[in-house]
Design a protein. Structure first.
Length: 198
């Protein structure tokens, strides 16, 4: 049985459902909002690569090392973006959260905070994870700030770690959160979601 079984997670009008080929049109539209594939520090699919992006995610799900979700607006069913558990290590009860991106209109809203709260709650409270990790490009400062806002700790930098879409080699910044840190991080995430937005 897979460590991460198919599940739908929902809160605050946001729903995470297992990514499927029927999300292709919505995912393509979400990526087009801001032409996100042009950002050199992300892995958002170009419009004509959306089908392959989903197919690759499904193959990784079958192999047991990634479980991708479509992030939906619960009221309209519109696809807002995608996020995943990846580098799933059942033996040490560790997952990473990544492959995360949202339509430009959803950035700096409650969408990412809600999705992370859902994924972290499921990882720590249902899957029994000891550690949840994140990784990001050393030049993706927005992603680093967002990960740090979650309460994750910076583990370090792996130099010369991966290729960017433009062929340059990136350094990867690694973060993690341990299960003992989760209660305080959860309280902070709930506070951020519930405080009035100006």
């Amino acid at each position: 049985m897979a460590y991460v079984a198919p599940i739908t997670l929902a809160a605050s009008g946001i729903e995470l459902v297992p990514l499927a080929l029927n999300h292709e049109v919505g995912l393509r539209a979400a990526a087009a909002d801001g032409e996100l594939w042009k950002l050199r520090v992300t892995s958002v699919p170009e419009p004509d690569q959306t089908h392959q992006y989903i197919a690759d995610a499904l193959a990784m799900r079958e192999a047991g090392n990634r479980f991708a979700f479509a992030v939906l607006d619960q009221a309209s069913g519109a696809v807002l973006g995608s996020t995943s558990y990846h580098d799933i290590l059942p033996a040490v009860k560790r997952v990473e959260i990544g492959y995360t991106w949202y339509a430009k209109r959803c950035q700096r809203t409650h969408v990412n905070t809600t999705a992370k709260l859902l994924l972290l709650t499921h990882a720590f409270e249902t899957l029994g994870c000891h550690v949840v990790g994140w990784r990001t490009d050393n030049f993706n400062f927005a992603s680093q700030a967002a990960i740090e806002r979650l309460g994750a700790k910076k583990d370090g930098v792996i130099r010369g770690h991966a290729l960017r879409r433009d062929g340059t080699i990136r350094d990867t910044v690694m973060y993690s959160m341990r299960s003992g840190e989760w209660p305080e991080a959860k309280a902070q995430l709930l506070y951020l979601l519930n405080k009035p937005r100006s």
